[in-house]
Design a protein around this ligand. Structure first.
Ligand code: F6P
Length: 490
């Protein structure tokens, strides 16, 4: 049976009953910003929020997150509450306010300059600052207090998201003794050799072992985590049960591959609006007649393999001049974490590559790369995907990558090809993609050519297989699997 919003709602009602369901994440599902003097709500570029919003809509629970939008405070009540989604509210968001310094040290500092590069093997050196670590602990405490205010001694399900809150499970276990606590780690977990350089590794592992269930996208990350604990703590790993007993408490370690709302994306992709969007984009960016479109859609992050992707396009146009003046690569690039030096440097590097490429090959009326540095809504991306011959996901390392799944769901005519890095979690599931190694730039160029020249029957065969996979393993199945596991612990 296919899981859907309705089956999930039913499951939540029967399994969780009247108990509270609370999600905690750093990034909020809806941000309020000022645009032309008006307050506008936007959806941040985040796989976490893409996946969890439909789950929250089904569960009608409470979501606690950092209120980071400039107009968030004005759009919320005195206690930080706001009803969302803005157009059809059906769950509550509780915003937690952080000072500039807290955001700087906890989010840009420990979370994104230490843990992010530590967990992603993308050859960026993690930066461990004592001050960042202290603030990370302080902000985890702050969230623990804000969540505990809502739960107290009640029975409840707490579902914590990601590496911003490694210490929170242990803190909540003390404050909310009757709660069942689960955490989902949305990024990879490295092997013990990589993790051992972290000065506060024991505290981090101890915090995470406050969970009843700890989820990763793939089994490989679960095994890495168990190996790490085995190496670092006096804990008892049970490899057969994939669980860890530590201080008398058992944490189950499980793989739950995250996904998207396949039916919703497919429906939107098939709508007349998407066709209109595609036509408007074609006019706006002056795609040549008989054009072949490649698309990338990413946050500007060094884990996404953007320079490597542009190098591959360079190689492609160098080797196969027949594609000059026909091939257009549209890169939708969302600025991200620009307070961090590595990200600023990457922005400059990407600008240089794109300028060099367009300078080298551009002719009157045609440039190989259109680089749009802004938050592009899914409705626009769907217009691009509809015209795309291929989408490339060239991550150097990625927990899952939901862009790949969104593209698959958008391919209602099955006429596009997915080029997918072998270093994404998604590559373990998405058989039918053309697999690439972003470090092998020449080969990536060849795979792009393969995608452009692939026989239509083969394109359809591959996309059909991919679509069946994502249709079945949709976000409701992800959530339902987690809810079933949680409910067994009551
Ligand atoms: O998917 C991993 C993740 O870090 C999420 O937790 C996060 O919301 C997303 O990437 C985008 O990053 P950020 O929230 O830092 O903009």
């Amino acid at each position: 049976m296919l899981e859907s919003r309705d089956t999930l709602r039913h499951l939540i009602r029967t399994k969780l009953g009247n108990q509270k369901f609370v999600v905690v994440s750093n990034r909020e599902p809806y941000m309020h910003e000022y645009r032309d003097g008006q307050i506008e709500s936007i959806r941040p570029a985040s796989g976490v929020t893409v996946a969890l919003d439909p789950v929250m809509q089904a569960s009608r629970g409470l979501w606690v997150a950092h209120g980071s939008g400039a107009a968030d405070s004005e759009a919320s009540d005195l206690n930080g509450f706001v009803h969302v989604p803005p157009k059809q509210p059906n769950y509550k968001l509780k915003r937690v306010w952080l000072s500039k310094q807290q955001e700087e040290d906890y989010y840009y500092g420990f979370a994104n300059s230490a843990l992010w590069p530590l967990c992603h093997v993308a050859y960026r050196r993690p930066v461990f600052r004592e001050q960042d670590w202290k603030m990370y602990r302080e902000v985890n405490e702050l969230f623990a207090d804000r969540v505990a205010e809502e739960i107290g001694d009640d029975r409840a399900f707490l579902f914590i998201q990601d590496y911003h809150f490694a210490l929170l499970p242990r803190m909540l276990r003390k404050r909310c003794p009757r709660a069942i606590i689960a955490q989902f780690w949305h990024i990879p977990w490295p092997n013990p050799e990589v993790f051992r350089i972290c000065p506060w590794r024991h505290e981090i592992l101890d915090g995470m072992l406050g969970n009843d269930i700890l989820g990763f996208h793939i089994r490989y990350h679960c095994h890495n985590f168990i190996d790490t604990v085995d190496r670092e703590l006096e804990a008892r790993p049970d490899r057969e049960m994939t669980a860890i007993v530590f201080g008398g408490h058992t944490t189950k370690i499980r793989a739950f591959p995250i996904s998207i709302d396949f039916e919703d994306v497919s429906r939107r992709a098939a709508s007349p609006e998407t066709k209109k969007t595609a036509m408007a984009l074609r006019r706006r960016y002056r795609f040549p007649d008989d054009f072949i479109l490649g698309v990338g859609a990413d946050r500007i992050d060094y884990t996404k393999g953007l320079p490597e992707r542009f190098d591959a396009i360079d190689r492609l146009l160098e080797r196969y001049p027949q594609y000059r003046e026909r091939f257009v690569f549209f890169q939708a690039a969302v600025p991200s974490r620009t307070h961090v030096g590595e990200y600023r440097r990457l922005n400059d590097e990407v600008d240089e590559r794109v300028a060099a490429l367009n300078q080298k090959y551009g002719r009157r009326g045609w440039q190989p790369v259109i680089f749009v540095r802004e938050h592009i809504p899914l409705s626009t991306l769907l217009g691009l995907y509809q015209m795309a011959r291929f989408v490339v996901v060239s991550s150097l390392h990625d927990g899952m990558n939901l862009v790949a799944k969104e593209f698959v769901a958008s391919q209602v005519d099955s006429d596009g090809v997915l080029l997918l890095s072998q270093f994404t979690g998604a590559a373990r599931e998405l058989r039918g993609a053309v697999v690439i190694n972003p470090y092998a730039v020449d080969d990536m160029a060849e795979r792009m050519r393969e995608a452009m020249e692939m026989e239509p029957v083969e394109v359809r065969r591959r996309m059909g297989r991919l679509r069946a996979q994502v249709r079945e393993n949709n976000v409701y199945k992800w959530a339902a699997d987690i809810i079933r596991k949680l409910s067994k612990l009551t």
